[in-house]
Design a protein around this ligand. Sequence first.
Ligand SMILES: Cc1cc2nc3c(=O)[nH]c(=O)nc-3n(C[C@H](O)[C@H](O)[C@H](O)COP(=O)(O)O)c2cc1C
Length: 316
Amino acid sequence: MTRHNTDISKKDSFLKQLARDESSNADAAVLRNSMRRYASMSSVSALRTYAAALEDPDYSPAIRLALDYLAVARTTRGRAEEELSVAAFFGSGAATLLEGLRRSEIKDAVSLPAPLKIRTTFQEAVANRRSIRNFTGDRISLPVLSTILSAALGVTGTIRDEGSDVNIAVRAAPSGGGLWPIDLYLLPLQIGNLESKVYRYDTLRHALVPQCPLATRSAIVECFPTQGSSVKVSDTSVVLFLVARAWRSIVKYGPRGLRFAFHEAGAISEHVNLSVSALGFGSTDLANFYEDELNNALGFDGVNATVIHSIALGTI
Ligand SMILES: Cc1cc2nc3c(=O)[nH]c(=O)nc-3n(C[C@H](O)[C@H](O)[C@H](O)COP(=O)(O)O)c2cc1C
């Protein structure tokens, strides 16, 4: 799949090429052969696998939209609007947003203790990281949670934004343009003496702020399928939710900004997984949840704010 210089206006042929170009790539040929196997199985019924839908993007509007998205989110030379939009490193929008968050009054916040010193080496943490799916359901202390949240998204320094003349707090995980489209929410199930209700991790204060007062523990746990799932969420100690407010990136990067939100979620997840591994606990990424139900339970509209990923962690 190497010939990607097609003009966007010719997106039909671009999409077909994206789905069908196997001549230059042996891996793609193998993939497509295995797809054909499944596609032929599914062709006898009205139900189609995603592999079959990819075979014929015209047939599946949703797959087509996903591929279309890749096409419109490309950077190309000579687009003046784009160059103008990304020229400033930190826009005053980001600075204002962060300053606003810093000043707003927060009631009932739970201050987190200082993070623990992790003695495990980086190499050990990487080597021992594994997706863990069996948890013993024991309690994890608040300092351990504090350490994981701080590694995920904690403030690690400040830099001066020349444009807006304010100090901007920068964080453990990288963020495209420093716009931080991802917020971290959590449901503690067995954490210190925390109540089992939804909190937002306030990175600037290193505190937990109660959120979504109507979201009950059982309503949230039920958003994860039990049938066929290898993780029993109710046995974990805490579930983290990565909530995308993609408009924070889109306002600067246009459609490409959505990619940056997903990218940032991946970076944050890996900081979580590695710190969990270093601390001797277990975690697994959980992308398998009923999105509308979870957004509903948490009070997000699914567009301006939406859960895009979750990570369950606990004792092993
Ligand atoms: C984006 C993403 C989503 C995932 N979703 C799930 C999931 O819903 N359920 C699950 O059991 N594992 C999930 N995983 C874990 C993968 O299955 C796991 O990383 C993979 O099998 C490799 O195993 P390892 O993490 O132990 O190296 C997910 C991983 C990623 C990166």
